[in-house]
Design a protein around this ligand. Structure first.
Ligand code: GTP
Ligand code: MN
Ligand code: MN
Length: 614
């Protein structure tokens, strides 16, 4: 294969001679990892179409990918993971800061020197019998003022193919790293399944033992044992959230688990909103919303990660550092998310843990209202609608280039992004949290983020449906102490013009009505909430001040033509102080976990809430 060093790479001279670069930092990194992991070959990823074709051909040959033959999924593939490697592994994710205190209570911490010793043990010979791929990548724009580079070394071709969809990778990035002699985040990944001579490979190599490790001070990532997205595509959660959050703290910006959406009103005025919801709580759906109200237009910039920087004019500017979607497949359908479906239908996608249709396509729960009569489920078993188990894994994913989105905003391509007008925090709450509430000010908005909570989903290992606090939807992704993170949110506003700070809102699409079902129709009908939010920005929408903030008056929310009973609407939007009195106890317990590092101004917000609901 082009760019593949055929001989077993051992010494630095051989590696340097065969490498497409003379950047010494990069050569040193690659040599060090090659000597540690002893792969059979080194392949420098150039990101070309031809390379992608070759890699995916090999992955089909190896049984990792199934080529889809249905014309509905052109140039697309299905992958099926090991049944034990289907989600992020938070219990095996570590923030190894020099001081334990700097990892904070939300992270697993191990002393960095101890962890380095462990890692040099598990990575020793880990790539034996495999190809080591070197992927130069940039998160955000290559033309950004301060481009954020990384180099992922991996022994998984599935990771290379997926990274090509999710990030800007390859030869152009390498040239830029050389030109600027830039810093890059060294990111090492191995599936942890070395092959002995003659040993046959399995379709999805991985290891029961997993380590997803971050060294925030040295900005390093080491991932071992998993091939799954969030654990293995290191540009995404590991870099663009965990490491980037630590960079952002040091450099005065924010790395957040948010969508970016551009909305244009019937009067032709445009606004940009970000929204932070925990995993599997509706970000991708919101990012790709099809407005249900006449005259409103939505365009997307991103569905998962947002980097926010104070701009030159005191405004906050937002960019999406990624280049693709790694979206939850189940629940994504023509009737719930047609924009995602249209992007997927253009092809060039990799589907993981979806079901196969008999005509060579993929299917998942919710893609169509009626399931096909027969499928092969994600575990490879024959499946019919009578089968007890779902056909696709609940955390099955589609991986699709973002530039296939019809509604992609032009500003997605702007290196300095867009001015942010509003930030939404939301979670999955059966009770207590009403449909939409506006914070009184920035600090109160941070309190919304600090106390954000949600019932857990299938996006991470562990029980589904238990309530957990998830500050700014970043609980699994804050790369340092959670209290310091809140403090950074408080302080970053000092960089901005107070008049230009985004307005902050709390939303909940999932509250139950008295009949036990979700009261608000949600999905595209969330347009109505977005409309109220925009009208609040414009100062035209009515609101009532409640103990928890401003909520729409019954008439202010446009529900014309919406199928919702008066009772359901009430259940969706009403603030019930008795529910908040219970909530306060839980927030007290939550805040007590921060110890000394909780900012006083956030504690003050809690006391204010307490007196308001008393
Ligand atoms: P990650 O990509 O893991 O960070 O998650 P995400 O926040 O992008 O989640 P996504 O948009 O994929 O939503 C996942 C789940 O939320 C699916 O089961 C959807 O059906 C459900 N969902 C999204 N929006 C709504 C809504 O407005 N109402 C209701 N009831 N469910 C929704
Ligand atoms: Mn996410
Ligand atoms: Mn998503």
């Amino acid at each position: 294969m082009v760019n593949t060093v055929a001989t077993a790479p051992g010494d630095s001279a051989t590696i340097a001679a065969e490498a497409p670069t003379d950047n010494q930092k990069l050569l040193d990194f690659v040599t060090e990892i090659a000597q540690l992991t002893t792969p059979d070959r080194i392949h420098w990823v150039d990101g070309s179409e031809q390379e992608y074709t070759q890699l995916t051909d090999e992955l089909v040959e190896a049984g990792t990918l199934t080529r889809l033959t249905s014309p509905d999924f052109p140039n697309s593939f299905a992958a099926f993971s090991d049944p034990a490697d289907v989600a992020r592994v938070e219990s095996r994710t570590f923030i190894c800061s020099e001081q334990e205190r700097d990892a904070g209570f939300t992270n697993n911490w191990v002393d960095p020197s101890e962890m380095r010793q462990t890692l040099s043990g598990v990575f020793d010979g880990a790539m034996r019998g495999r190809t080591m791929y070197v992927i130069p990548f940039v998160m955000g724009h290559l033309e950004a003022e301060d481009p954020k580079f990384g180099v992922e070394i991996t022994d998984s071709a599935y990771v290379v193919a997926s990274m090509r969809i999710m990030a800007r990778i390859g030869a152009d990035v390498l040239r830029k790293i050389e030109e600027l002699d830039a810093f890059f985040v060294p990111a090492v990944h191995s599936v942890g399944a070395p092959l002995e001579p003659g040993q046959e490979d399995v379709p999805w190599p991985c290891n029961e033992e997993k380590y997803i490790v971050h060294f925030p001070e040295t900005r390093e990532i080491w991932s071992y044992g998993s091939g799954y997205g969030g654990n293995a595509l290191l540009g995404k959660k590991c870099y663009a959230l965990r490491i980037a959050s630590a960079m952002a703290r040091d450099e005065g910006w924010l790395a957040e688990h948010m969508v970016i959406l551009k909305l244009t009103s019937p009067q032709g005025r445009s606004y940009h909103l970000s929204a932070a919801f925990p995993s599997a709580c509706g970000k991708t759906n919101l990012a790709l919303i099809d407005p249900t109200l006449e005259g409103w237009k939505a365009e997307t910039l991103g569905d998962d990660i947002t980097w926010i920087r104070p701009g030159k004019d005191g405004e906050f500017r937002a960019i999406n550092p990624e280049a693709g979607y790694f979206g939850v497949a189940p629940g994504t359908g023509w009737h719930t998310n047609a924009n995602a479906m249209r992007a997927i239908a253009k092809g060039n996608s990799i589907f993981t843990n979806c079901a196969l249709t008999d005509d060579g396509g993929v299917w998942w729960e919710g893609m169509t209202e009626e399931p096909p009569a027969h499928l092969t489920d994600w575990k490879g078993n024959s499946w019919t609608p009578d089968s007890a188990e779902p056909a696709a894994h609940p955390n099955a994913r589609f991986c699709t280039p973002i530039d296939q989105t019809d509604m992609l905003a032009d500003e997605y391509f702007a290196p300095d992004g867009v001015k942010l007008d509003a930030i939404l925090f939301g979670g999955r709450r059966k009770t207590t949290v009403p449909l939409v509430t506006q914070a009184r000010d920035w600090n109160h908005g941070i309190f919304y983020g600090a106390t954000l909570s949600s019932e857990t989903t299938a996006a991470a290992e562990g029980a589904v449906g238990t309530l957990r606090r998830d500050p700014m939807a970043m609980l699994p992704f804050i790369g340092y102490d959670a209290g310091d993170y809140l403090k950074h949110w408080v302080e970053v506003s000092s960089e901005a013009d107070p008049e230009k700070l985004p307005a902050i809102f709390l939303v909940n699409w999932f509250r139950r009505g008295r009949d036990g079902t979700i009261a608000w129709p949600g999905f595209a009908e969330n347009t109505r909430v977005l409309k109220w939010i925009i009208e609040r920005l414009e100062g035209t929408a009515e609101a009532v001040e409640t103990p928890i903030g401003f909520t729409p008056t019954p008439d202010a929310l446009d529900v014309e033509g919406l199928e919702i009973t008066q009772e359901e609407l009430e259940d969706a939007i009403t603030v019930r102080p008795e529910e908040w009195r219970t909530e306060l106890e839980d927030i007290d317990a939550w805040f007590s976990r921060f110890g000394e590092s909780l900012p006083q101004s956030i504690q003050d917000e809690l006391e204010e809430l307490r007196s308001r609901v008393a």
